[in-house]
Structures are given as C-alpha cells and as structure tokens.
Design a binder for this molecule. Structure first.
Ligand code: NAD
Length: 530
C-alpha cells in the first residue's frame, strides 16, 4: 500500500536539450556567486596533469545539475592515453622535491592547502551543491568544513611519522626501520561527497609523501577540478604530486586500477565495481583499500522516548538525500515503542523541504541522476509489492525537471525483502520491530555489509553488549553519522578492506623498511682508533 501523494515529475530534460538552451545557470540568478560563474564560464574544463592544464579534444562528459536535469559543464572523458600521462607525471614527481621535502615543510604545505579550501569555501559549497544536488548549507557546513578539517588533521602527521630501533640478535647489530611512501596512489571517488572524500584520500597520501592521481565520479567532477585549478594557480605542490583525470569508470577508472605504475588504489564506491578493481589490481599486486556500501542497522531500545528518538532516526537516513554509505537505512525499534517511533519518523519525513540544493531553505535536494532516481523508485515499488506499508512525504513545491524523490518510510516487510536487504542509497527507510537484544543483534548482522550501526538507549550495559556483538566498522551510541579525521573508518565484511582516517590510513600509504647494520665490520682506517 502506498500512501502520501503523487509520483515525482518524470519529464526531466535530456542532456542534449539542456545543452542547447544554455540557460541552466541563469535559473539561479544571484544565488550563484561569481567564483562558480568564472570557473564554469571559461569553457570546457581541463584535466590537471603534471601541474598543467591538459585539454582533451575528444569526447566530453556532460555534467548535470540534478535539480534541473540540465547540463552545466563539460569535462574531458580521459582514456588510457591521459591516464598513462598522469601516472607518468606522478612517477616523475617521485624523484622530485616532494619526496625529499622536510617533514615540517610538508606539514606547512598541507595547512596551506586547507587555507586555500577555506578561502574559496563558498565557491566550493556552491559547486558541490550544483553538481551533486545537496543543500548548499550542508555543503558549506559539512562537506567543505570537513575537507578543511581533514587537511588540517593530516598536516599534523608528517612530523610524527617515525620508524623504530629494534634490539635484534645482539649488541653488534643496529637495526632500525624507515617509513617510506608507497609511491603513486590512484584515488577513485564516488559522487555522494565528492570533495570531502577526495580530502579523505589526498590528505593522508600527501602527509605520507605519496603522489596522487585522482579520478572523480563522472557525475560530480566539478569541485575536484576546481581544487586542481586552485592548486595550479597557487603553485603549492611540485608538478605531478596531485593529478586529476576525469573520465568514465570503465575507461579512465579501469585504466588506473590496472596500471603497473600505480602502487596502491584507494577506492570508494559500490561492491560491484570494487570486485572489478580487485581483479584489475592483481596484475602488479598493487595495494588496494576499499570503502564500500552499507545497509546499516539503527537500533532503538525500549527505554527511549519516541518523541526524542524519531527525529534522530529520520536524520540518520535522510542526511544527504539518503545517498550516504553509512545511512541508518534499517531502523530496528523495540516492539513496545515501534508504532510511536515510526509515526514520529513519518512526521519528520513530512517536514523535509525538497528543493534545489542552491535554495537556502531546502533541506533535501534531488538525487544524483534520472537513472538513480528510477532505481530508488523501483525499490519503493518493490517495498509495496512485498506487502509493505509505504509512506511517502508530500512533494512540496519544487521545480520541474529535477530528480527528486520524497523521503519514504516502509513498514510491514520481512527482513528478507529486497528493500530490507539491499543498499538503496536514497531517502528510503525500512523500519522493523524486534523483541530482544540477541535477536536484534543477529538480525542486524544478517547482511553482507558491515559499515556502521547505531544504538539508542540509556542502558549502559545493553549498549556496550550490543556494540560488541554488532559486525560493523563504526558503532554509534546515542548519536549517528559522526565522523572525525582521527577516528578509523571502514567496513567489516563486504563493506570494505582497510580503514580510512587516523594513523591506520597513514600506515596504508607507507612501506616499512628494516635496515640492518653490522657494527663489527669496521673500515681499516678505524682500526687505528683501538
Ligand atoms: P560506483 O562504484 O558506481 O563508482 C565509484 C567510482 O568508481 C566512480 O568514480 C566510477 O567512475 C568508478 N568506476 C566505475 N567502474 C569502474 C571500473 N571498472 N574500474 C575502476 N573504476 C570504476 O559508486 P557510486 O555510485 O559513485 O557510489 C555509490 C556507492 O559508493 C554506494 O555503494 C556507497 O555506499 C558507496 N560509498 C561508500 C563510502 C564509504 O566510505 N564506505 C562512501 C561513499 C560512498
């Protein structure tokens, strides 16, 4: 059963139609600053390789504003040739000043990078909102603010990367370790937090002294290309240390993942693509870290006040239009308070203001593309077909042509329904009642994913019991969706390999070299000292 209201508008503009009228940015009038207009107005955007702009005169990728379904920019569709060029530039930089630079200076460079993002923060926020659809306030206060935070946190690391001295077999041996950068890192990004996830990967790579080739998602290349432009203009890094190639996953992404000049791939995206990357990486056995999807359980124990918890549960799923790997998409509520919590979550969903991200009053923007909107709506339909009670919030007054999906709450399905098992990656919550701790832990863990989980209770013992039982890389107790550059982040099971953030991500960018010195073997000249 579907309650709520009508379907979203289906007639979004085709990229071709939008490109021909050229008016997509005019719709925003003064809401769009000069920084964005200058950046996008300069014609087709270039790649950034070896510290230079590289134009590609072949195919381009149209970049859409998902709020209008209209093309706002075009970026190069890099192929193997440009990927080779970028990897070559990065490898050439390995023997340049970045690797030899003193730790203090590298730290200062990362602080300068943070300053650069901060200084142009408003342009970054508007670009991110225009490109991904997210509310500009969220882009400003979360994506851009976190990007700055990540560069600053990792600016503190170069001066703390230390080896050790090890006693070894006896006094005539000096054994020590050096920590050295792994080399060129390919950073393949998703479209949901384009700039922030670029910072998740760039900041530790730079702190470790690595070189990067960044490939943004084809849907959202703008903020990373803007960062590349600022880096070129500021001349902050030696040429080749950070290179940006835009392109389709199956071409530019696959070429990077399989490239023998790349030492490590850091990937964030879907498990399906992760499998292809692992296969491609096998050629030179490059290091691979993977940050993948989730179907995260958010668990409410019976001692909680439904009125207090419902808005928290709604925020856990609806942040970033639900296009969030850690979204609390399975809400488990103790049966005794289930109806009240669900009613409150529905109320919160109804209060969401759907609209263009660049409208300051919008609290939820459109989804990333027509294709993704259709995929999410297909899941909503599957929820109804599985016998679910589907509540869709009112659509409100939003412009035609965008890829909007109303916040949706589904109840009355079993754990094995597709909507309760598969990652939807949209504003769709499945709420499920439970009776006991052991039962909910088993059901929460009964998924191929293991990225995150939430627990809401004042019962300290129950909270810590559950935290121990849950198979998830992050467990939040009485909070949700918090991340910090110092706190390890990643997934159990098919949610990923390795951890980002903190010292753990740094380790993944460093090789440890053990150096053995035989102190008994002296030069002839030294013999005279005895
Ligand atoms: P995706 O896997 O479709 O694409 C991610 C990136 O991989 C893009 O840059 C794409 O161009 C590239 N790619 C595609 N095919 C490739 C190939 N054959 N070889 C190399 N690269 C290729 O993912 P998406 O749709 O952009 O993002 C959504 C997914 O990302 C969701 O599953 C979400 O949960 C996950 N995600 C995870 C995290 C995390 O930190 N765990 C964060 C954000 C998103």
């Amino acid at each position: 059963m579907v309650s709520g209201h009508e379907s979203p508008p289906s007639g979004s503009q085709s990229p071709e139609a939008a490109r021909s009228d050229g008016k997509a940015l005019d719709a925003y009038e003064e809401r769009l600053g000069q920084g964005v207009r200058d950046f996008l107005g300069a014609g087709p955007l270039p790649l950034s390789i070896g510290g230079r702009e590289i134009a590609v005169d072949r195919e381009t990728i149209p970049v859409e504003d998902p709020a209008q379904g209209a093309v706002v920019a075009e970026v190069p569709a890099a192929g193997r040739r440009e990927v080779d060029q970028a990897v070559e530039a990065a490898r050439a930089a390995m023997s340049g000043p970045w690797r030899r630079m003193g730790a203090h200076q590298r730290s200062m460079t990362l602080h300068a990078l943070a300053d650069l993002v901060e200084e142009h923060g408003e342009t970054f926020a508007q670009l991110e909102s225009l490109d991904s659809g997210k509310p500009v306030a969220a882009a400003r206060d979360y994506d851009v603010a976190k990007t700055v935070e990540f560069f600053r946190y990792f600016a503190g690391w170069p001066t703390k990367i230390e080896g050790s001295t090890i006693p070894g077999p006896g006094e005539h041996r000096l054994i020590y370790t050096l920590r050295q950068p792994v080399g060129v890192v390919a950073q393949i990004l998703p479209w949901n937090f384009p700039l922030m996830i670029a910072a998740w990967k760039l900041a530790p790579a730079l702190a470790a002294g690595c070189m990067a080739v960044v490939k943004p998602a084809e849907q959202t290349p703008l903020s990373v290309l803007y960062l590349a432009q600022l880096l070129r203009e500021a001349d902050l890094l030696p040429p080749g240390v950070v290179n940006v190639v835009t392109g389709y996953g199956g071409e530019a992404g696959a070429a990077l993942a399989g490239h023998d000049g790349v030492a490590k791939v850091s990937f964030t995206g879907s498990p399906e693509v992760a499998r292809e990357i692992v296969r491609a990486a096998a050629g030179n056995l490059k290091r691979v870290t993977l940050e993948l999807g989730g179907k995260s359980p958010n668990i409410v124990l019976p001692d909680m006040d439904p009125a207090e918890i419902a808005p928290e549960a709604a925020a856990a799923i609806f942040l970033n239009q639900g296009e969030n790997c850690i979204a609390g998409s399975r809400l488990f509520v103790h049966r005794s308070i289930f109806d009240d919590v669900v009613a409150g979550v529905r109320d919160s969903a109804d209060e969401v203001r759907l609209g263009p991200g660049l409208d300051e009053t919008t609290t939820m923007g459109p989804l990333i593309s027509a294709q993704h909107r259709d995929r999410v709506l297909e899941y909503v339909g599957a929820g109804a077909e599985a016998g679910g009670d589907v509540h869709r919030a009112p659509a409100g007054d939003r412009p035609p042509g965008g890829y909007f999906v109303e916040p949706t709450v589904i109840t009355g399905v079993s754990d094995d329904a597709r909507v309760a098992r598969e990652e939807i990656f949209g504003p769709v919550l499945v709420a499920l009642p439970f009776e006991s701790l052991e039962e909910v832990a088993a059901r929460a863990n009964s998924t191929e994913y293991g990225l995150a989980a939430g627990i809401w209770t004042h019962d300290v013992a129950a909270a810590h019991d559950l935290a121990r039982m849950l198979e998830a890389g992050t467990v939040w107790i009485n909070t949700y969706n918090e991340t910090d550059p110092a706190v390890p982040f990643g997934g159990f099971k098919q949610s990923g390999w390795g951890r980002e953030h903190g010292g753990e991500v740094l380790d993944q960018h460093l090789e440890t070299k053990s150096v053995w010195v035989n102190l008994e073997r002296r030069s002839r000249g030294q013999g005279e000292l005895r």
